[in-house]
Write a protein that binds this ligand. Structure first.
Ligand code: ADP
Ligand code: MG
Length: 323
């Protein structure tokens, strides 16, 4: 029933950036090496995601658009140990229920690809097409059939900013994938996809930014912490550049932010908030993750003493640099 899909879409799909996030995560799950994201008008009228991943078999294509249909879980206990990003099988069903979707996909095992067009959850056409291996999804006219929700969309520039933010975080959590971002016909970002964090940061934020960073490398039996922190004079007026990734995923953590800021407290800075890209690896049994469609809040087992350790590590590193 498409009404259910439309209602469910409200939980997953709040704005164009949620669509971009879900679709990129699908491409990542499909082992893509290159992902192109093109948007127009803040994503309201046009979002295209092209990947060179595994593709979808012709026989599975309609299934992919059904609610609660996912190829990523077969038993319910799998839910506890999912490694893939998507596991609810709701994104495609939700997105296609509130927009006009065109999907082209081809697997390595098939000679030809498949194209389907779905408007407001209803299949318009399906045909065999020529296509390279991988998947392209074009999403047009978001919320065209739910005008009330359409009214809640913000300006094109505000929606674009949200999308850019999501792409940056996904690119930084997947440095081995090349992200190519085109906005209103302009090339915005192309990350190298070579697994190197510094050149990925460079491709997103530029030279001045990259030169103001100090590397962090720490590991113990309990966890490892790698990445970069800023020289104090490069600090910022907001927390937008405090980025934390745990076991490969971007996370929110007030405690981590505070732990870092604490280390800068006694130093001369112009702005209050450091620029931080910290990658933490820890046994998943020591973390508590609260997954909400739009964000991931994380807490660490207190016994690890990870939070005070982060302050220590950053303090020591700044001290080494005489800062
Ligand atoms: P989920 O990601 O939670 O499984 P989705 O609705 O996002 O649910 O996707 C449904 C299914 O469609 C996926 O399980 C996957 O099999 C397939 N799929 C979606 N996007 C892609 C893609 N870019 N490449 C390959 N398969 C895809
Ligand atoms: Mg998904």
């Amino acid at each position: 029933d498409n009404t259910i899909n439309k209602i469910a879409a409200g939980e997953v799909i709040e704005r164009p950036s949620s669509i971009v996030k879900e679709l990129i995560e699908n491409s990542i799950d499909a082992n893509a090496r290159n992902i192109t994201i093109e948007i127009k008008d803040g994503g309201k009228n046009y979002i295209r995601i092209t990947d060179d991943g595994d593709g979808i078999y012709k026989d599975d294509i309609q299934l992919a658009f059904l609610r609660h249909s996912t190829s990523k879980i077969s038993k319910s206990e799998d839910l506890l140990k999912v490694h893939s990003l998507g596991f609810r099988g709701e994104a495609l069903a939700s997105i296609s229920s509130i927009s006009m979707v065109e999907l082209i996909s081809k697997t390595i095992d098939e000679e030809t690809g498949i194209m389907v067009e779905i408007h407001g959850g209803i299949l318009q056409q399906e045909s065999e097409v020529g296509s390279p291996k991988g998947t392209t999804i074009i999403v047009r006219n978001i919320f065209y059939n739910t005008p009330v929700r359409k009214k809640f969309l913000r300006s094109d520039s505000a929606e674009s900013a949200n999308i850019t933010n999501i792409i940056n975080k996904l690119a930084l959590s997947n440095t081995d994938i090349s992200f190519n971002y085109i906005k209103d016909n302009k090339n915005m970002i192309k990350t190298p996809g070579n697994g190197d964090l510094k050149s990925t940061i460079f491709s997103i934020y530029g030279k001045e930014h990259t030169e103001s960073l100090i590397s962090i490398n720490y590991s113990s039996d309990l966890f490892s912490i790698n990445g970069y922190i800023s020289k104090p004079l490069f600090n910022r007026g907001n927390r937008n550049y405090e980025l934390f990734f745990v076991n490969g995923r971007y996370v929110n953590s007030k405690l981590l932010s505070k732990a870092i800021e604490e280390a800068y407290k006694t130093l001369i800075t112009i702005n209050r908030y450091p620029v931080v890209y910290l990658y933490i690896k820890v046994d998943p049994k020591n973390i508590d993750v609260n997954v909400h469609p739009s964000k991931v809040e994380i807490r660490f087992n207190d016994d690890l003493k990870l939070i005070p350790k982060v302050t220590d590590i950053v303090k020591n590193r700044l001290f080494e640099f005489n800062l």
